[in-house]
Design a protein. Structure first.
Length: 406
């Protein structure tokens, strides 16, 4: 089978959430099928690194775009009903590449990851199409509006409302739509589009993210995530300002390690707080996570699966998470991870692990076991295979294709 796979961020190397899920899909599908990947690169370095995907697919196109131009496209949509997200990921060059691929070859399936690039094949007819929303982004933007300054709140609300309407329209242009978690799937089903839908979870490479021998630092707490991402910034600003002081009232004096690329000036300033270290980008997060007594994921804004939680659990490091962030992980609170909201509750949960080595060991073992049983990529990809088979059974093979841009 020949598959055209379109995604919003070039899926190699798979170092961030938006790349990990599509990369694992592509790698899995390419074992038995010919997969052609089309996506965007936002720098010459990203375009060069993208070449590494050649070992995992039949062919690929990484179309280079100019970040300033893409942001200008976003601004231009403000007085319109076109979503800023679609504009940011639109490239006339990529549209031509995709149209050229469709004209030159026949495909048995078109798979799109993320609604932001669904417009490239939205009007395509005569070939089965699946749209993997991943997360329902409209709800994330609407949630952002609650936390942004008043001057920006209306813009985020407007984008959320536009996206919500667009997601409902998009779903009807595909044969089946998917999401990352049961919760996101329920949101998708709630749209009432009448289009079949399903979900399959994110997984973890449990061999790469595996425990290692050696002692951890019993006083160190870690957070891992890209620090140019607003929900990560917001939760670390709040945690360091409101929860860390509660922890420091009692000995020992705990240390906070914030690990992630591109920290904003506000996040960098957290490094001035006694006991807080902001690392910026690191070549490998695993040694830093393994040295920690536990990791925290106290996000107030979270959709879908937080890979940071799964990876820490796979590494055998206990996790204290907000309830909303834990909602995207198939785990039992209190057994595989701890959940807490608010400074006092978070501080109590953290201290219950730091002050009890036996409890830490129990959570570490249970967390990794849960990842192996419920968040392994092979099991997730089995669900994906079933979803694809379901779509192909409902459609006869295409004899011709055509594409129209929106």
């Amino acid at each position: 089978m020949r598959i055209l796979y379109v995604c919003h961020r070039f899926p190699y190397p798979p170092r961030r959430g938006g790349k990990i899920r599509p990369f694992n899909m592509i790698r899995h599908l390419a074992r038995e099928h010919e997969v052609v990947v089309c996506s965007l690169a936002r720098s010459a370095q990203e375009a060069e690194e993208a070449r590494g995907i050649a070992a995992h697919c039949g062919a690929f196109d990484a179309v280079l775009v100019n970040e300033a131009v893409q942001k200008a496209r976003m601004v231009a949509t403000l007085p319109t009903h076109i979503t800023a997200s679609t504009a940011y990921f639109h490239s006339p060059a990529l549209a031509r590449v995709i149209a050229g691929r469709l004209a030159a070859q026949s495909f048995d399936l078109v798979f799109v990851h993320c609604s932001s690039v669904a417009h490239y094949v939205r009007r395509l007819r005569g070939v089965p199409k699946i749209l993997d929303f991943g997360d329902m982004d409209s709800h994330k933007w609407l949630e952002y509006a609650r936390y942004k300054p008043l001057a920006l709140r209306l813009g985020y609300w407007w984008e959320g409302r536009r996206l919500l309407a667009y997601e409902k329209r998009l779903a009807r242009d595909f044969d089946l739509c998917t999401a990352t978690t049961r919760s996101e799937w329920e949101t998708l089903e709630g749209y009432g589009t009448g289009v079949p839908s399903d979900w399959f979870p994110n997984g973890v490479d449990s061999e790469y993210f595996a425990p290692a021998p050696g002692a951890h630092d019993a006083d160190t707490i870690a957070f891992v995530g890209r620090m140019d991402y607003y929900p990560n910034q917001q939760c670390m600003l709040d945690f360091c300002r409101y929860t860390m002081p509660l922890l420091k009232r009692r000995p020992p004096r705990n240390k906070m390690l914030i690990v992630g690329a591109d920290p904003s000036p506000e996040v960098r300033a957290l490094g001035l707080i006694d006991g807080v270290t902001v690392t910026g980008s690191v070549p490998d997060v695993r040694p830093l996570v393994r040295q920690a007594a536990l990791t925290v994921a106290p996000l107030a804004i979270a959709r879908g699966t937080q890979n940071k939680i799964l990876e820490a659990m796979a590494l055998g490091v206990p996790v204290v998470s907000s309830r909303i962030a834990a909602g995207g992980v198939d785990a039992v609170p209190g057994e595989h991870l701890l959940v807490a909201d608010g400074p006092e509750e978070l501080a109590d949960a953290v201290e219950s692990v730091l002050g009890d080595p036996a409890r830490r060991a129990g959570l570490a073992a249970a967390g990794r076991a849960r990842v192996l049983s419920h968040h392994a990529w092979p099991q997730s990809m089995q669900r994906l295979d079933g979803i694809i088979a379901r779509v192909l059974r409902s459609r006869s093979p295409a004899s011709s294709t055509q594409v129209a841009m929106t």
